[in-house]
Design a protein around this ligand. Sequence first.
Ligand code: GDP
Ligand code: ZN
Length: 358
Amino acid sequence: MRRHAGGYLVHSDELDAVLQCPVRARLKKEGTSIFAGDRVDLDEVELTDNKERGSAVIAARLDRQNLLTRPYIANVDQVIIVQAIHQPEFNSLLCDRYLVHLQLELPAVRTFVCVNKCDLATDEEISALRNIYESAGHSMIALSAKTGLGMEELRRQLAGNRSVLTGPSGVGKSSILNVLNPELHLKVDVHEELLVGRHTTSASELYQVPADHGHEIGPGWIADTPGYSLDQLRHPEPAEVAWQFPELAQFAEECKFSDCLHLAEQNCNVLAHVERIPKSRYESYCTIVAEAQQERKFRQETSQKVDAGAVKYVGGEQGRGKAIPKLSNRHRAPSRRKEKQQLHDYDRAEDADLDDDE
Ligand code: GDP
Ligand code: ZN
């Protein structure tokens, strides 16, 4: 479930108990990372008298299906993007950016859209949004944490799954979690206080969503995450953006230009059918392609400068250009290896924090 007192709180499905578990020294030495959502093997299980709590030792971490970074959550079954329909106004571009980012982060994981505060909207407004997202292949739940509208549907979706809740602040994520599990008592509307705690990466935690009476499926687990800022979002290659928009991709497949970006090209098959794509989605597509192009340009510029030694020649024929200093490390995209190292450092830093507490 989360880190706790130098170890982890682990829920045993078999015993339906929460156990305080230190990690075997060997695992620590090997640098095995453990995050909320990981499945582990336990040794030395001992239960307290009421059998709801106890202790054990984490002896191994099982292989992961996937790993969400920021915050680190392992083995995610589904991602729920939460937005309000009003207050704040539904933001299509933001929603579509999250969809693209999360499809890149967790490619095989289903993503659905939860539209909260539907008590403030008309049925027409709700069904307009539903049409847009269902034609894009995502289910949409119309929700109101205030009136309870849609909460049963959400509960059914959560049952038996490990879910991640994400979305900008103010849309009602804490309110939704409080309805799902009244024991949580998450603070609503105390944003300054929340921002401090929530934006640290160590805030990764899974909450239990109690099993739904009358349904056979077991409890679900849910992680609340802060939203993403623009510079944290992943960008696809410009030509790949279309594949993240299924309602556009169906026409892109038939486009006869293999390098077409479907923006302004003559005889483009997407443009020929553009009135069949929801306007907000096509606008998001154009914006995200433009951002992906900028990102690629930046990456190309910086990577060219990596191999060129201490100086690089620009402009003019070979050997006659102007020498400029190589870009410093700070401006280069991190390599895979460096990312791995950072993951490791993150783990060790967390261990160090906890040792301090103790
Ligand atoms: P979070 O930042 O996403 O966790 O959002 P909060 O749960 O703190 O809610 C932000 C504000 O929206 C609070 O004032 C809530 O009372 C309000 N709110 C949450 N859900 C609803 C809803 O379904 N309907 C209405 N009208 N207001 C809501
Ligand atoms: Zn095209």
